[in-house]
Design a protein around this ligand. Structure first.
Ligand code: HEC
Ligand code: HEC
Length: 302
């Protein structure tokens, strides 16, 4: 606050408090001439209303006096009188920092307990499940859904099915959340539309679904290109996040049209890294929660 505004506020405070204090002290002593009928002689409304003279009630005097005491004490102790910081040195920033620190201390106590166990074991702790569930709703539900069953439009996988792009032990789940993931399925339009259609039929055959035998057989040699990532038997590769193509779980949709689009145009999945936004302990609790989602039978290692 500049010196000018500081002095201006001090001036207003002194003026206001000065006038009210003066009135408060002067009024009870003021001599008011009293007429014989006990009124001040002031008349309104053609004599209908006459002004009486009564001392101020004691309760009002005491209440007002204590207001002045509280007012002056406040100005002495807290910031309010221009730039004067107050004798207590109180600031709203300081109070916020103290509250945050005491809250963190309480959470740290809880978190310390959590960091003692491996993530798989932590997953069985109801307190971790509860806290993880809250963190999940706040940070993850937008993409993975409130019940964590995923969103095919975003390519966000179902986290409850125990089928994993990058691995489903505590450590792999922690890494997925901590560092983020970026799965890249390259586009294959350059192979020509016939080959794309043939490959889609071959992909259908991998998971034992009805398919065009001729087209699938024609695509078989081409699958060598795909095998570099999806594996020779199409069972996927967790090091690359290449999905298993032999199961009935589809990240980007399992209709023939979905599969053709995936092969023709490619797909990119982006899982953001949470290490800049959440603490290590929060990520551990989240990983435990995610682990718990696919192990609802509570068969956790002891
Ligand atoms: C912006 C959308 C988005 C948000 C927010 C998000 N995710 Fe993801 N997540 C994805 C996508 C997309 C993938 C798949 C990445 C890929 O295709 O490579 C993924 C993958 C994962 C995986 C790996 C799954 C597997 O099968 O290996 C885990 C675990 C995961 N997310 C957990 C979380 C948690 C926990 C949060 C909240 C802290 C979160 N995600 C927030 C989009 C998101
Ligand atoms: C460079 C590695 C790589 C190659 C080569 C590759 N893929 Fe993929 N593929 C991926 C990744 C990674 C994903 C998952 C994309 C994501 O995370 O969103 C994927 C996803 C897919 C999917 C979607 C699966 C689902 O669950 O929705 C299909 C289908 C697929 N690939 C088929 C193929 C075929 C057919 C070929 C060969 C023409 C091929 N891929 C070649 C890496 C690869």
């Amino acid at each position: 606050m500049s010196l000018f505004w500081s002095l201006w506020i001090m001036f207003l405070v002194v003026l206001n408090l000065g006038i009210t204090l003066f009135l408060f002290l002067w009024a009870p002593r003021a001599k008011i001439p009293v007429q014989q009928d006990g009124t001040s002689g002031h008349v309104w409304a053609h004599g209908v209303l006459r002004e009486g003279v009564h001392p101020l009630p004691l309760w009002w005097v005491i209440l007002s006096a204590s207001m002045f005491v509280v007012g002056f004490a406040y100005l002495a102790l807290f910031p309010g009188f221009g730039r004067f910081k107050g004798l207590l040195g109180w600031t709203s920033h300081g109070e916020l920092a103290a509250n945050v620190a005491s809250n963190n201390a309480r959470l740290d106590e809880l978190m310390k307990r959590f960091s003692l166990y491996p993530i798989e074991q932590l997953a069985g702790d109801p307190a971790a499940q509860q806290l993880g569930g809250r963190l999940f709703l706040d940070n993850c539900a937008a993409c993975h859904g409130r019940s964590a069953t995923g969103n095919q439009l975003l390519g966000a996988p179902d986290l409850t099915d125990n089928d994993w792009l990058y691995g489903g032990d505590g450590k792999a789940i922690f890494t997925s959340i901590h560092d983020g993931r970026a799965g890249v399925m390259p586009p294959w339009a350059s192979l020509g539309e016939e080959n794309v259609k043939n490959l889609a039929q071959f992909v259908l055959s991998l998971s034992g679904r009805p398919h065009d035998e001729q087209r699938a057989a024609a695509a078989k040699p081409l699958f060598a290109t795909c095998a570099a990532c999806h594996g020779p038997d199409g069972k996927g590769n967790q090091a690359l996040g290449a999905p298993n193509l032999t199961d009935q779980i589809w990240l980007h949709g399992g209709t023939l049209a979905d599969i053709e689009t995936t092969i023709r145009d490619g797909r990119q999945g982006h899982m953001p890294a949470w290490s800049p936004r959440l603490t290590e302990d929060q990520i551990r609790v989240l990983a435990a929660y995610v682990y718990h989602l696919s192990h609802p039978d509570h068969a956790y290692p002891k």
